[in-house]
Design a protein around this ligand. Structure first.
Ligand SMILES: CC(C)(COP(=O)(O)OP(=O)(O)OC[C@H]1O[C@@H](n2cnc3c(N)ncnc32)[C@H](O)[C@@H]1OP(=O)(O)O)[C@@H](O)C(=O)NCCC(=O)NCCS
Length: 230
Protein backbone atom coordinates (compact mmCIF):
# COMPACT_ATOMS: atom_id res chain seq x y z
CA UNK A 1 0.00 0.00 0.00
CA UNK A 2 2.67 2.51 0.98
CA UNK A 3 6.44 2.04 1.37
CA UNK A 4 8.04 5.44 1.94
CA UNK A 5 10.68 4.16 4.37
CA UNK A 6 13.11 1.45 3.33
CA UNK A 7 12.12 -1.89 4.84
CA UNK A 8 8.84 -0.59 6.29
CA UNK A 9 5.48 -1.34 4.70
CA UNK A 10 2.44 0.62 5.88
CA UNK A 11 -0.75 -1.21 4.96
CA UNK A 12 -4.31 -1.73 6.14
CA UNK A 13 -4.79 -3.86 9.24
CA UNK A 14 -6.07 -7.44 8.90
CA UNK A 15 -7.45 -9.76 11.62
CA UNK A 16 -4.18 -11.71 11.60
CA UNK A 17 -2.47 -8.53 12.96
CA UNK A 18 -4.61 -8.44 16.14
CA UNK A 19 -2.34 -10.55 18.43
CA UNK A 20 0.71 -8.44 17.54
CA UNK A 21 -1.23 -5.16 18.03
CA UNK A 22 -2.45 -6.30 21.45
CA UNK A 23 1.11 -7.22 22.42
CA UNK A 24 2.42 -3.90 21.06
CA UNK A 25 -0.03 -1.85 23.12
CA UNK A 26 1.26 -3.56 26.28
CA UNK A 27 4.86 -2.86 25.30
CA UNK A 28 4.12 0.82 24.53
CA UNK A 29 1.79 1.77 27.40
CA UNK A 30 2.36 1.12 31.08
CA UNK A 31 -1.34 1.54 31.84
CA UNK A 32 -4.64 0.02 30.63
CA UNK A 33 -6.92 -0.08 28.71
CA UNK A 34 -5.00 -2.04 26.10
CA UNK A 35 -6.35 -2.92 22.67
CA UNK A 36 -8.41 -6.09 22.65
CA UNK A 37 -9.63 -8.35 19.86
CA UNK A 38 -13.18 -7.09 20.40
CA UNK A 39 -12.18 -3.44 19.88
CA UNK A 40 -9.87 -4.13 16.93
CA UNK A 41 -12.48 -6.30 15.19
CA UNK A 42 -15.02 -3.51 15.62
CA UNK A 43 -12.65 -1.04 13.88
CA UNK A 44 -12.21 -3.36 10.91
CA UNK A 45 -15.95 -3.96 10.57
CA UNK A 46 -16.76 -0.25 10.80
CA UNK A 47 -13.91 1.47 8.92
CA UNK A 48 -11.26 -0.91 7.50
CA UNK A 49 -9.64 1.85 5.41
CA UNK A 50 -8.85 3.85 8.56
CA UNK A 51 -6.83 1.10 10.26
CA UNK A 52 -3.11 0.92 9.50
CA UNK A 53 -0.14 -1.16 10.56
CA UNK A 54 3.58 -0.78 9.87
CA UNK A 55 5.44 -3.99 9.07
CA UNK A 56 9.20 -4.53 9.08
CA UNK A 57 9.52 -6.31 5.73
CA UNK A 58 12.83 -7.98 6.70
CA UNK A 59 11.54 -9.69 9.85
CA UNK A 60 7.81 -9.56 8.97
CA UNK A 61 7.27 -8.12 12.44
CA UNK A 62 4.49 -5.62 13.23
CA UNK A 63 6.27 -2.49 14.50
CA UNK A 64 3.55 0.18 14.50
CA UNK A 65 -0.13 0.84 14.26
CA UNK A 66 -2.65 3.66 13.83
CA UNK A 67 -6.41 3.61 14.29
CA UNK A 68 -8.77 6.30 12.98
CA UNK A 69 -12.45 7.06 12.50
CA UNK A 70 -14.50 9.83 10.91
CA UNK A 71 -16.53 12.04 13.19
CA UNK A 72 -18.87 15.00 12.93
CA UNK A 73 -16.83 17.35 15.10
CA UNK A 74 -19.77 19.51 16.12
CA UNK A 75 -21.33 16.52 17.90
CA UNK A 76 -18.53 16.65 20.48
CA UNK A 77 -17.36 18.91 23.23
CA UNK A 78 -13.79 20.13 22.68
CA UNK A 79 -13.16 19.12 26.29
CA UNK A 80 -14.38 15.56 25.67
CA UNK A 81 -12.34 12.50 26.59
CA UNK A 82 -10.80 9.78 24.40
CA UNK A 83 -13.74 7.60 25.43
CA UNK A 84 -16.22 10.16 24.08
CA UNK A 85 -14.46 10.61 20.72
CA UNK A 86 -14.08 6.87 20.12
CA UNK A 87 -17.23 5.50 21.77
CA UNK A 88 -15.17 3.68 24.36
CA UNK A 89 -12.69 2.52 21.72
CA UNK A 90 -15.34 0.74 19.61
CA UNK A 91 -15.61 3.45 16.87
CA UNK A 92 -19.39 2.85 16.65
CA UNK A 93 -19.72 6.66 16.42
CA UNK A 94 -17.90 6.59 13.02
CA UNK A 95 -19.98 8.83 10.73
CA UNK A 96 -18.71 8.86 7.13
CA UNK A 97 -21.95 10.44 5.87
CA UNK A 98 -21.97 13.64 7.93
CA UNK A 99 -18.43 13.63 9.35
CA UNK A 100 -15.68 15.78 7.84
CA UNK A 101 -12.94 15.14 10.41
CA UNK A 102 -10.64 12.14 10.49
CA UNK A 103 -10.00 11.50 14.17
CA UNK A 104 -6.75 9.86 15.16
CA UNK A 105 -7.59 7.52 18.02
CA UNK A 106 -4.19 5.83 18.25
CA UNK A 107 -0.68 5.85 16.85
CA UNK A 108 2.10 3.79 18.36
CA UNK A 109 5.48 2.41 17.41
CA UNK A 110 7.39 -0.37 19.13
CA UNK A 111 9.74 1.13 21.77
CA UNK A 112 12.57 -0.95 20.26
CA UNK A 113 12.41 0.93 16.95
CA UNK A 114 11.17 4.42 17.83
CA UNK A 115 12.97 7.47 16.33
CA UNK A 116 13.61 5.67 13.02
CA UNK A 117 10.89 7.36 11.00
CA UNK A 118 8.20 4.67 11.37
CA UNK A 119 5.72 7.01 13.08
CA UNK A 120 6.30 9.52 10.27
CA UNK A 121 5.67 6.82 7.66
CA UNK A 122 2.39 5.91 9.37
CA UNK A 123 1.40 9.58 9.45
CA UNK A 124 2.20 10.01 5.76
CA UNK A 125 -0.27 7.19 5.05
CA UNK A 126 -2.83 8.80 7.37
CA UNK A 127 -2.57 12.14 5.57
CA UNK A 128 -2.94 10.34 2.23
CA UNK A 129 -6.13 8.78 3.57
CA UNK A 130 -7.50 12.22 4.50
CA UNK A 131 -6.68 13.46 0.99
CA UNK A 132 -8.14 10.39 -0.72
CA UNK A 133 -11.38 10.75 1.24
CA UNK A 134 -11.50 14.50 0.47
CA UNK A 135 -11.73 15.40 4.17
CA UNK A 136 -10.60 18.90 5.19
CA UNK A 137 -8.84 17.99 8.42
CA UNK A 138 -7.33 15.47 10.78
CA UNK A 139 -7.65 16.03 14.50
CA UNK A 140 -6.44 14.08 17.51
CA UNK A 141 -5.50 14.34 21.15
CA UNK A 142 -1.72 14.41 21.63
CA UNK A 143 -0.64 13.08 25.02
CA UNK A 144 1.36 15.61 26.99
CA UNK A 145 3.84 12.84 27.66
CA UNK A 146 6.52 14.10 29.98
CA UNK A 147 4.23 16.59 31.71
CA UNK A 148 4.52 14.63 34.97
CA UNK A 149 8.11 15.90 35.27
CA UNK A 150 6.91 19.52 35.29
CA UNK A 151 3.53 19.22 37.01
CA UNK A 152 4.82 20.74 40.28
CA UNK A 153 6.02 23.85 38.43
CA UNK A 154 3.60 24.67 35.62
CA UNK A 155 0.10 24.12 34.28
CA UNK A 156 -0.46 21.81 31.28
CA UNK A 157 -1.11 24.96 29.19
CA UNK A 158 2.24 26.49 30.21
CA UNK A 159 3.98 23.20 29.45
CA UNK A 160 2.36 23.08 26.00
CA UNK A 161 3.43 26.65 25.25
CA UNK A 162 7.01 25.72 26.11
CA UNK A 163 6.92 22.59 23.95
CA UNK A 164 5.47 24.51 20.99
CA UNK A 165 8.22 27.15 21.40
CA UNK A 166 10.91 24.48 21.58
CA UNK A 167 11.83 25.30 25.19
CA UNK A 168 10.94 21.78 26.43
CA UNK A 169 11.07 18.44 24.57
CA UNK A 170 7.51 17.15 24.69
CA UNK A 171 8.07 13.63 23.27
CA UNK A 172 4.72 12.79 21.69
CA UNK A 173 3.73 16.41 21.06
CA UNK A 174 7.10 17.12 19.42
CA UNK A 175 6.37 14.25 17.06
CA UNK A 176 2.91 15.61 16.18
CA UNK A 177 4.25 19.15 15.63
CA UNK A 178 6.87 17.73 13.27
CA UNK A 179 4.01 16.11 11.33
CA UNK A 180 2.55 19.55 10.61
CA UNK A 181 -0.06 19.68 13.36
CA UNK A 182 -0.86 22.77 15.36
CA UNK A 183 -2.33 22.96 18.83
CA UNK A 184 -5.92 24.16 19.25
CA UNK A 185 -6.40 23.68 22.99
CA UNK A 186 -5.28 21.79 26.07
CA UNK A 187 -7.74 19.43 27.70
CA UNK A 188 -7.64 17.54 31.01
CA UNK A 189 -9.14 14.16 31.97
CA UNK A 190 -8.81 12.94 28.37
CA UNK A 191 -6.83 9.83 29.25
CA UNK A 192 -7.36 9.21 32.98
CA UNK A 193 -4.74 6.81 34.31
CA UNK A 194 -1.89 7.95 32.03
CA UNK A 195 0.98 8.44 34.50
CA UNK A 196 3.12 10.42 32.03
CA UNK A 197 0.59 13.01 30.81
CA UNK A 198 -1.48 12.89 34.02
CA UNK A 199 -4.47 12.72 31.66
CA UNK A 200 -3.75 15.99 29.83
CA UNK A 201 -3.62 16.27 26.05
CA UNK A 202 -3.25 18.89 23.38
CA UNK A 203 -6.08 18.92 20.84
CA UNK A 204 -4.21 19.04 17.53
CA UNK A 205 -5.17 19.68 13.91
CA UNK A 206 -3.67 19.06 10.49
CA UNK A 207 -5.39 20.81 7.60
CA UNK A 208 -5.83 19.33 4.11
CA UNK A 209 -5.25 22.53 2.19
CA UNK A 210 -6.49 20.94 -1.04
CA UNK A 211 -10.09 21.11 0.16
CA UNK A 212 -10.28 23.04 3.45
CA UNK A 213 -12.20 26.31 3.62
CA UNK A 214 -11.56 28.98 6.30
CA UNK A 215 -14.44 27.53 8.33
CA UNK A 216 -12.57 24.21 8.66
CA UNK A 217 -9.70 25.71 10.64
CA UNK A 218 -9.95 25.41 14.41
CA UNK A 219 -9.54 28.36 16.77
CA UNK A 220 -6.08 29.90 17.10
CA UNK A 221 -4.99 30.26 20.69
CA UNK A 222 -2.05 32.70 20.77
CA UNK A 223 -0.47 30.75 23.64
CA UNK A 224 0.11 27.76 21.37
CA UNK A 225 1.55 29.47 18.30
CA UNK A 226 5.21 28.80 17.55
CA UNK A 227 7.47 31.82 17.84
CA UNK A 228 8.48 33.15 14.45
CA UNK A 229 11.92 34.65 14.00
CA UNK A 230 12.66 37.62 11.78
C1 LIG B 1 4.81 9.09 19.07
C2 LIG B 1 5.42 7.90 18.32
C3 LIG B 1 4.31 7.18 17.56
C4 LIG B 1 6.47 8.43 17.33
O1 LIG B 1 6.92 7.36 16.53
P1 LIG B 1 8.43 7.30 15.98
O2 LIG B 1 8.51 6.20 14.99
O3 LIG B 1 9.38 7.24 17.11
O4 LIG B 1 8.54 8.72 15.27
P2 LIG B 1 9.59 9.19 14.15
O5 LIG B 1 10.85 8.40 14.23
O6 LIG B 1 8.89 9.20 12.83
O7 LIG B 1 9.88 10.68 14.64
C5 LIG B 1 9.83 11.80 13.79
C6 LIG B 1 10.23 13.03 14.54
O8 LIG B 1 9.32 13.29 15.61
C7 LIG B 1 10.05 13.83 16.74
N1 LIG B 1 9.99 12.87 17.86
C8 LIG B 1 9.58 11.59 17.83
N2 LIG B 1 9.67 11.05 19.07
C9 LIG B 1 10.16 12.01 19.87
C10 LIG B 1 10.49 12.06 21.26
N3 LIG B 1 10.33 11.00 22.07
N4 LIG B 1 10.98 13.21 21.77
C11 LIG B 1 11.16 14.31 20.98
N5 LIG B 1 10.86 14.31 19.64
C12 LIG B 1 10.37 13.18 19.12
C13 LIG B 1 11.49 14.00 16.28
O9 LIG B 1 11.61 15.30 15.73
C14 LIG B 1 11.61 12.94 15.21
O10 LIG B 1 12.59 13.22 14.25
P3 LIG B 1 14.14 12.90 14.60
O11 LIG B 1 14.19 11.54 15.23
O12 LIG B 1 14.78 12.99 13.25
O13 LIG B 1 14.55 13.98 15.55
C15 LIG B 1 6.14 6.92 19.30
O14 LIG B 1 7.09 7.65 20.05
C16 LIG B 1 5.22 6.20 20.24
O15 LIG B 1 4.71 5.13 19.94
N6 LIG B 1 5.00 6.74 21.46
C17 LIG B 1 4.22 6.09 22.50
C18 LIG B 1 2.73 6.03 22.14
C19 LIG B 1 2.13 7.40 22.07
O16 LIG B 1 2.27 8.23 22.96
N7 LIG B 1 1.41 7.64 20.97
C20 LIG B 1 0.78 8.91 20.70
C21 LIG B 1 -0.57 8.94 21.31
S1 LIG B 1 -1.19 10.63 21.24
Amino acid sequence: MNEPLSGILVRNTTPSDFPAIMQLSKAVYSFPPYWTERLLASHLTIFPEGQLVAIDTYSDELVGMAASLIIRWDDYDLNGSWKDFTDGGMFTNHDPIHGRTLYGAEVMVSPAVQRRGIGSAIYAARRQLVERLGLPRLRAGARLRGYYRYADRMTPEEYTTKVVRGEIKGMTLNFQLKQGFRVLAVVSDYLPGDPESLGHIAVIEWINEQVATPADYGPRDPRFQPLTGC
